[in-house]
Design a protein around this ligand. Structure first.
Ligand SMILES: *[C@@H]1O[C@H](CO)[C@@H](O)[C@H](O)[C@H]1NC(C)=O
Ligand SMILES: *[C@@H]1O[C@H](CO)[C@@H](O)[C@H](O)[C@H]1NC(C)=O
Ligand SMILES: *[C@@H]1O[C@H](CO)[C@@H](O)[C@H](O)[C@H]1NC(C)=O
Ligand SMILES: *[C@@H]1O[C@H](CO)[C@@H](O)[C@H](O)[C@H]1NC(C)=O
Length: 527
């Protein structure tokens, strides 16, 4: 295992020298030739951009083509480029950027080009796939998507432990997977960002917006190349210490609080929430749902070909809590189950899956291939994993056990990234970071934002007083303006600033409405 810090220093030194001596004015877009995208989209451009395949082999000439997508700035003069990573790990960044282009242009001010590349392991870039076809994946015997074992259910724990080993074996033995698996991961992804910056920014500095796992990538870049940071926003922070060296227990720290908040907001808005008249006190309504999950554990329901067990409902709650836009539907689904109306639940569930918010199916195995290849955790038997399961369930009664499967896969995982970032997250960046955390985020708690900010000199935590995963889930003009100011002139909010959302979570409003109210985007014509 090469020491990544040594490599990072070597590259930094060389980069710095060539910049001052040879190429003080790197022409923008040099090295990237933009053309049409293979997906037919208006006003975006794509490019294939060549980078070294393996940064740990400086003498190798092997290369990799990264796929980039660009949304051009809408205001002149252009200030530069903002790079994005939307998380997962495993999300196809180009598709996400194309789908949210108007929103992101409005939030970042319109003076920057927006660029994203599909990270190694995802989409067509070193695809981390362990199956020949989607059908093969779907019918695979060990597909560990059905049962979430709880720590006291030995039978289920043992079964999933075995299933996750079967999955790991499948990946380990799939032709070409071991090599691909060694070439993906966050340290290489951070170096890819640096290559892109060197090719398209004449000052050689990174401007970046990362959400969810994208905060791990951003923090890793900031720790490896602090002198190259001009603007860096981490929104919805995943604790990077835990990401590399633990089981992401802290990720669930605010999950229960978020669900409690959901219930409270529901009772405040009985006209907009199907559960709103069921109980007077939030504690009682919450108890009803916990009892429901307990009952479903012992006696699942069925509706058509849908098996409604506690694992399915837990996963559904987990992803519905990601955005207040889903809260009314979540309430309708739970109200259905609480009134023994499985069909009502199934209707909402089917719509949810059809809308593309696929709960269990993914196009490849990149999410855990990236994550597990990055992680270094001590080897443990199933028995020795007990404290991990306990920690996860203690962190969140509602969702903590959702972390068990991932912990088990990573425990079995044998393929390590050729380079893992092994340093700390303590640095003085060229310009301070803006770190944002929601008050009610089911997947990335405010505590993790505070954790990362503690290590980066001058960085400020902005608390976004909203619900959902990352600030893009519930609009706040205060948060939006803070982000715009940061990109426009580098201004950071005062420490301890709390930006409230502009509307309550059950109100039928969206981030787009806030951007329209602010005059940052034009209202869509009435339908
Ligand atoms: C990038 O490469 C892919 C695969 O070779 C090709 O289909 C696509 O047209 C290229 N895109 C651009 C913008 O050159
Ligand atoms: C996938 O395809 C390869 C090459 O055709 C074949 O050798 C292998 O058996 C297939 N894998 C599975 C699991 O069917
Ligand atoms: C973090 O790592 C850097 C580089 O190795 C080192 O100089 C610094 O002392 C470390 N900081 C902490 C708080 O451990
Ligand atoms: C950040 O989180 C890590 C991992 O949980 C922990 O070891 C460290 O003490 C935390 N740092 C701060 C400043 O809270």
């Amino acid at each position: 295992m090469p020491c990544i810090r040594t490599i990072s220093q070597a590259v930094l030194l060389l980069g710095g020298l060539s910049r001052t001596l040879a190429m003080p004015h790197y022409p923008r877009t040099d090295g990237v030739s933009w053309g049409a995208c293979e997906i037919d989209l208006p006003s975006v451009q794509c490019a294939n951009f060549t980078v070294p395949l393996d940064y740990t082999k400086p003498n190798s000439r092997a290369t990799l083509d990264l796929q980039l997508l660009r949304v051009p700035a809408v205001k002149q003069p252009k200030k530069g480029t903002i790079l994005f990573n939307f998380g997962g790990p495993g999300l196809e960044a180009r598709l996400t950027l194309a789908g949210t282009a108007q929103t992101l242009l409005a939030i970042t001010g319109g003076e920057y080009d927006l660029v994203a590349n599909d990270p190694r392991g995802t989409a067509n870039t070193l695809t981390a796939s362990c199956f020949n076809t989607t059908a093969e994946r779907a019918t695979f015997v060990g597909e560990p998507s059905s049962v979430i074992p709880s720590r006291d259910d030995e039978l289920a724990l043992g079964r999933v432990w075995g299933q996750t080993q079967v999955v790991e074996d499948q990946c380990f033995n799939f032709p070409g997977f071991r090599q691909r698996g060694s070439l993906i991961g966050t340290a290489f992804a951070a170096r890819d960002l640096l290559q892109i910056v060197d090719a398209i920014e004449d000052d050689g500095l990174l401007r970046y917006y990362g959400t969810s796992y994208g905060t791990v990538l951003g923090a890793t870049f900031a720790a490896m190349f602090p002198d190259r940071v001009d603007r860096l926003i981490l929104d919805g922070v995943l604790n990077p210490h835990e990401y590399f060296n633990g089981y992401d227990v802290e990720a669930w720290a605010d999950s229960d609080r978020t669900f409690s908040g959901f219930v409270e907001e529901c009772l405040k808005a009985p006209d907009l929430c199907a559960l709103g008249s069921r109980r007077v006190y939030p504690e009682d309504l919450e108890k009803d749902v916990y009892n429901l999950l307990e009952d479903l554990r012992e006696e699942p329901l069925s509706q058509g070909d849908l098996l409604i067990d506690s694992s399915l409902v837990q996963t559904f709650i987990r992803f519905s809590l990601y955005s207040p836009q889903f809260y009314p539907a979540l309430a309708t689904a739970l109200e259905g189950l609480l009134s023994q109306d499985a069909a009502a639940f199934a209707d909402v569930y089917d719509a949810f899956v059809e809308s593309g918010l696929d709960l269990t199916q993914s196009p490849d195995e990149s999410s855990f291939a990236i994550l597990c290849g990055d992680k270094r955790v001590p080897e443990q038997s199933l028995e020795e994993m007990a404290p991990v399961f306990e920690a996860l369930e203690d962190e969140s009664r509602l969702l903590g056990s959702s972390g068990h499967i991932q912990a088990m896969i990573c425990q079995h995982w044998r393929i390590e990234a050729n380079a893992r970032y092994e340093g700390n997250f303590t640095a003085a960046t060229r310009h301070p970071l803006l770190v944002i955390g929601n008050t009610f985020d089911p997947a990335t708690p405010l505590r993790s934002a505070q954790n990362i900010s503690a290590g980066f000199e001058g960085s400020v935590v902005l608390e976004h007083g909203g619900f959902g995963h990352t600030t893009l889930s519930q609009g706040s003009s205060c948060t939006i303006n803070a982000i715009r100011s940061y990109f426009q002139d580098g201004t950071l909010p005062e420490p301890d600033t709390v930006c409230e959302a502009d509307y309550a979570p059950f109100e039928p409003k969206t981030l787009t409405d806030v951007l329209v109210d602010l005059g940052y985007i034009e209202a869509a014509p009435e339908e």
